[in-house]
Design a protein around this ligand. Structure first.
Ligand SMILES: [Zn+2]
Length: 61
């Protein structure tokens, strides 16, 4: 029997519209994460509810 020891956040990738999971402890505001599916970089804009947007270098404000 497999026990899920870590909690994950489900992220919807704004680029490929797929979904991937990250450990909840990696999911905090302003954290840049990489999509498992298309390798796009997304930045966390909100923890609750979980929200991300596509990270671009031009977004540096
Ligand atoms: Zn993606």
């Amino acid at each position: 029997m497999k026990i899920k020891a870590i909690q994950v956040a489900v992220i919807f990738c704004p680029d490929c519209r797929g979904q991937f999971e990250v450990p909840i402890e990696d999911f905090c505001e302003d954290e840049v994460l990489e999509c498992d599916l298309c390798s796009a970089e997304v930045i966390v804009t909100s923890e609750k509810p979980p929200r991300v947007k596509l990270f671009t270098e031009a977004d540096d404000f």
